[in-house]
Design a protein around this ligand. Structure first.
Ligand code: FAD
Length: 438
C-alpha cells in the first residue's frame, strides 16, 4: 500500500480559535489492543464510536483522530444541520422526490440523535432550532427560490416567504430581494458541538488525537500503524471521509474538494448600530454556488463560499488567500457601509463528493466497515450514517438502514487529470452563473 495522504490542518479555523485553548491531546502510544477502531473523529466517527459503545458496553472502542477534534472539517463547517439538503449537483437543489424523501428521513434522524446527545449532556454549543433562510439577491435567484418552494410543497415541508423589507429587518442589509424561511434546519457553533460530543463519549470509547493511522495490515486481527506505536483490533470502521480513499476504498470514485469559511472580528458598537437587523441569523444562498452568511453570537459575521478541486486533499495557502479575496468581496457586496470590518480568520476544509451524490456505506472487507463521502452535508447525514454503520455492524435492522443499504454507493469518475480539469471548469462556470449570489 502506498503511504496515504494524511489530513493537514492549519490553525486558522475561526470557530475553534475564538474558544479557550485546547487541553493537550491524548496521543496513542506503544503497543495497544482493542475490539474496534473507528478512524476519524468528525460527525460520522463520533456518532459511530458512540453508538457502538452504547450497544456494546462490554466492548472497547478506540476513536483515532489524525488532528484535533474541532480543528478538522466537522469543526470548520458552517453549522447548518440541514434537514432538506443543499444539493450542489442539482440545478434547483433537488433531483428526485423519492430520493429527497429518503434523505429527509435520514437527515432528521441525524438531527434527532444530535439533539438527544446535546440535551442529555447539556452540551453548550449555541444550539438553535430557528431554521435558516434561503435568500436571493437577484431575479434569477428569486426564480430558484420559487423552484425550491415547489420542491418543499412536494415534500410537504413548511416555509414562509420574506420580502426585501423583511430581509433588511433580519440582516440589516439591502442586498437581498427575497427569502424563504425553512424551519427544519438546526444551527450551532460547530467546533463547540464536536468538542462537546467528544468530551461526552461513553466510558468505553477512548479518543486518541494527533494519532493518524499511517498504514494497516488487514488480517484477523488487523494491525494499524500509528506514528508512536501499533494497534491490534478485531474490526475497523472508516469514518474519515475522503481520506478513506487513501486506504484503497472507493479511491477512484471520490471527488476531493475544499470549501472555505471566514469569520470577521466582532462588530463594534457603532457598526452594530449602523447595521441594525437581528442579533443572529442564518442564510443559505438561492444559488447552490452562492454564499452562506451567518451573524453569530458575539456579533461576528461568517461567510462561506467557493469550492475548489484539490487532488492533494488538503487546503493550500495560495487557495486560502484567493478564497479570502472572494469573501471580502461577498462581505462588501452585502454590507457596503461596514468598510472597516475585516476578517480575523479564513480557513478551508476538505469535503468528499461523489458524482451521483451517494455515500459509501457498509462492508469494505472482513471486519472492515465504512461510512464516508458525505457530499458536503455531513452534520446531520454524517451523524446518522455513523449511528447506522454501528447498528449494521451489530446486526440491528431498521427502515433507515434499508434505505442506506439500498444505495448504490459512489459511481465511477473520469480518470485524472481529466477529473480535475472537468470539475474546475464546471465550478468556474457555476460561479459565473451564480453571479451576484456569490
Ligand atoms: C467551510 C466548510 C463549511 C461547511 N458547512 C457545512 C454545513 O453548514 N453543514 C453541513 O452539514 N456540512 C458542512 N460542511 C461539510 C461537513 O464539514 C462535512 O460533510 C462533515 O464534516 C463530514 O463529516 P465526517 O465525519 O464524515 O468527515 P470529517 O468531518 O471530514 O471527519 C473525518 C475525520 O477523519 C480524520 N482522518 C482522516 N484520515 C485519517 C487517518 N488516516 N487517521 C486518523 N484520522 C483521520 C480527519 O482528520 C477528520 O477529522 C462544511 C465543510 C466546510 C469545510
Amino acid at each position: 500500500m502506498k503511504t496515504p495522504i494524511l489530513p493537514k490542518f492549519d490553525r486558522n479555523n475561526g470557530w475553534l480559535e475564538i474558544l479557550p485553548p485546547l487541553p493537550p491531546p491524548n496521543i496513542a502510544k506503544g503497543d495497544l489492543k482493542t475490539n474496534i477502531v473507528v478512524i476519524g473523529a468528525g460527525f460520522t466517527g463520533l456518532a459511530a464510536a458512540r453508538r457502538l459503545a452504547e450497544l456494546c458496553p462490554e466492548k472497547q472502542i478506540f476513536l483515532l483522530e489524525a488532528d484535533r477534534v474541532g480543528n478538522t472539517s466537522a469543526g470548520r463547517s458552517s453549522g447548518f444541520a440541514i434537514d432538506q439538503a443543499h444539493n450542489i449537483r442539482a440545478k434547483d437543489f433537488a433531483d428526485n422526490l423519492k430520493v429527497e424523501k429518503d434523505q429527509l428521513a435520514l437527515n432528521r434522524a441525524g438531527q434527532d440523535y444530535l439533539r438527544k446527545i446535546v440535551t442529555m449532556n447539556n452540551i453548550e454549543c449555541d444550539w438553535d432550532e430557528s431554521g435558516k433562510v434561503h435568500a436571493a439577491a437577484t431575479e434569477k435567484g428569486n426564480k430558484k427560490l420559487e423552484a425550491y418552494a415547489q420542491n418543499m410543497n412536494l415534500l410537504n415541508l413548511p416555509y414562509t416567504w420574506q420580502n426585501s423589507t423583511e430581509m433588511k429587518n433580519l440582516t440589516g442589509s439591502d442586498f437581498y430581494k427575497s427569502g424563504l424561511h425553512t424551519p427544519g434546519t438546526i444551527m450551532m457553533q460547530p467546533a463547540k458541538l464536536v468538542l462537546g460530543l467528544a468530551a461526552n463519549l461513553p466510558k468505553n470509547v477512548i479518543l486518541y488525537e494527533d494519532s493518524p493511522v499511517i498504514s494497516i495490515n488487514f488480517s484477523s486481527p488487523h494491525s494499524l500503524k500509528i506514528p508512536k506505536g501499533n494497534i491490534i483490533a478485531d474490526s475497523i470502521v472508516f469514518a474519515n471521509n475522503g481520506f478513506a480513499g487513501q486506504f484503497g476504498f472507493q479511491k477512484k470514485n471520490l471527488i476531493p474538494l475544499i470549501t472555505w469559511g471566514s469569520l470577521t472580528r466582532s462588530l463594534n458598537k457603532s457598526e452594530k448600530q449602523s447595521l441594525g437587523g437581528q442579533d443572529t441569523w442564518n442564510i443559505i444562498p438561492a444559488d447552490p454556488f452562492g454564499t452562506s452568511v451567518r451573524r453569530i453570537r458575539g456579533d461576528r459575521v461568517l461567510i462561506r463560499n467557493i469550492y475548489n478541486y484539490s487532488s492533494e486533499l488538503n487546503a493550500k495557502e495560495r487557495d486560502r488567500l484567493w478564497a479570502k479575496k472572494k469573501h471580502i468581496q461577498s462581505l462588501k457586496n452585502r454590507f457596503p457601509a461596514l468598510l472597516d470590518l475585516e476578517f480575523e480568520y479564513t480557513w478551508g476544509g476538505p469535503l468528499s463528493l461523489s458524482r451521483n451524490g451517494e455515500p459509501a456505506f457498509g462492508d469494505l472487507g472482513k471486519n472492515v466497515f465504512g461510512a464516508f463521502c458525505l457530499n458536503g452535508v455531513g452534520i446531520a447525514r454524517g451523524t446518522i450514517l455513523g449511528k447506522l454503520i454501528a447498528e449494521y455492524i451489530l446486526g440491528e435492522e431498521s427502515n433507515l438502514l434499508q434505505i442506506v443499504l439500498q444505495g448504490k454507493g459512489p459511481n465511477r469518475l473520469p480518470p485524472k487529470p481529466f477529473l480535475g480539469w472537468g470539475v474546475s471548469l464546471n465550478f468556474a462556470n457555476r460561479r459565473r452563473i451564480a453571479g451576484l449570489e456569490l
